[in-house]
Ligand binder design. Sequence first.
Ligand code: ADP
Length: 186
Amino acid sequence: MNIIFFGPPGAGKGTQAKIIEDKYGMKQLSTGDMLREEIANKTDLGVKMKLIMDEGKLVPDEIVIEMISGHVKSDACSKGVIFDGFPRTIAQADALAEMLDGCSQEIAHVIELKVDDAILDARIEKRLRKEGRSDDNVVTLKKRLAQYRLYSVDVLPYYKEKNMHQEIDGMKSIDEVTTQILKILG
Ligand code: ADP
């Protein structure tokens, strides 16, 4: 089974993905993590993408699609994937559907984690103190949130029309959020 976690920065997608990964033996694929790895390894791609990411902007579609495609083939086509942070555009969503179709797979659920902005601010400040991600600061967060609002109005209706979208309350405790997700996964 392949699922997508959709939600604003700080919504808890990564936390929940790790839990579900362990429970279901699925593989979390986070385009944000992949890009940060490129940055950490100081690859040419990483050096270029850092500028875009620090601005809170979206990395070009071709780059993320190319980056994720090998993983989709190896993981989604075998054990199932939790997509975290991807797709963020219709072009990415179309590319994903096509990649999955290539091995007779599909997305089973798009799970949207809903969280109010004030709570996101508090969470991101805590994450900033703990992890120190270079794109985690109040200014970039505001930009990433603004970006999220822009791309979610494209991507969510795309999945709503296909009756694949379900939303859950991301403001509950970690355990309660997991429970809501498990109910959807059945
Ligand atoms: P967030 O916590 O803001 O959801 P992520 O870790 O998912 O952040 O991504 C961090 C940054 O990486 C984004 O702000 C964006 O610049 C880039 N990025 C990640 N995934 C994608 C994607 N699917 N398309 C375009 N850019 C992406």
